[in-house]
Write a protein that binds this ligand. Structure first.
Ligand code: PXL
Length: 265
């Protein structure tokens, strides 16, 4: 039996809601075969801070080779890349393996406040990785940082940001407005010509850890099934909205998006 194959290059989020864990759960829910290359181990959560442990460059490299040399991904996504060196290595391998469909989630700061991308690595991300991306999926803070501009505060400012971000070389830009509190959950998808506004109702919850990872993982899975970028983003938005609507609270701290919610809806 054949199944679409996807690879995530990201950090391990020990608490289970985000990063590699969110990606693999989402891939499973959407019926694609998930593989992973771990860049760093994040042992922080909203209650305790036990640190972030970067993986050696050769370990990151070896995992990516292992994924390509045997199963071979149809689509790849990147999440937490943390350092300049990792971004450089990952970008080089993406070019070497000539993989066409790359989803880049420019992860910078976790819901728990952990710094997941070093400040000095942003330029490398922009110059080395974004030009290889089919889709980039910044939230508002990330859009601001990538553009060295103020954080967008309205759908109109998000549209401006999408136009500017498109100039950095990705085919599609998805600016996610989940943190725009006075509005519905509005996202902007821009392909250089058409500006598509995607809207869902705002869900009032603090338990949204992993939402960004889950959204980009769902886009990756749908692309691997042969969907267009617009179709993949629309389905992924339904998937992440369901995951937020019945988010998981673990009695204290920030809970998790519910990766199984879309299947059980
Ligand atoms: O949600 C962003 C994120 C991405 N990747 C890893 C994380 C987090 C948030 O905690 O731990 C590994």
């Amino acid at each position: 039996m054949s199944i679409p194959r996807v690879l995530t290059i990201a950090g391990s989020a020990a608490q289970g809601s985000a990063g590699i864990q969110a990606d693999l759960k989402t891939f499973q829910e959407l019926d694609v075969y998930g593989m992973s290359a771990v860049t760093a181990l994040v042992a922080n959560n909203s209650i305790t801070d036990r640190g972030i442990f970067t993986q050696p460059l050769e370990a990151v490299e070896a995992q990516i080779h292992a994924s390509f040399e045997h199963v071979g991904p149809d689509v790849l996504k990147t999440g937490m890349l943390f350092t300049k060196d990792i971004i450089q290595t990952v970008s080089g391998l993406i070019r070497d393996y000539k993989i066409k469909q790359v989803v880049v989630d420019p992860v910078m700061i976790g819901k728990m406040g952990s710094q997941l991308l070093k400040d000095e690595a942003i330029t490398t991300l922009i110059e080395q990785l974004l030009p290889s991306a089919l889709v980039i999926t910044p939230n508002l803070m990330e859009a601001g940082r990538l553009l060295n501009a103020p954080v967008p505060q309205s759908p109109d400012e998000m549209k401006w940001a999408a136009r500017e971000l498109h100039k950095l070389g990705a085919d599609y830009v998805l600016v996610k407005g989940g943190s725009l509190e006075d509005y519905p959950a509005v996202d902007i998808l821009f392909d250089g010509e058409q500006m598509i506004e995607l809207e869902s109702k705002r869900v009032n919850t603090i338990h949204t850890s992993g939402a960004g990872c889950t959204y980009s993982a769902a886009i990756t899975a749908e692309l691997a099934k042969g969907k267009s970028v617009e179709e993949a983003v629309r389905k992924a938005k339904e998937f992440v909205t369901a995951a937020i609507e019945v988010a998981l609270s673990f009695d204290r701290g920030i809970g998790s998006t519910n990766h199984a919610a879309f299947r059980k809806r």
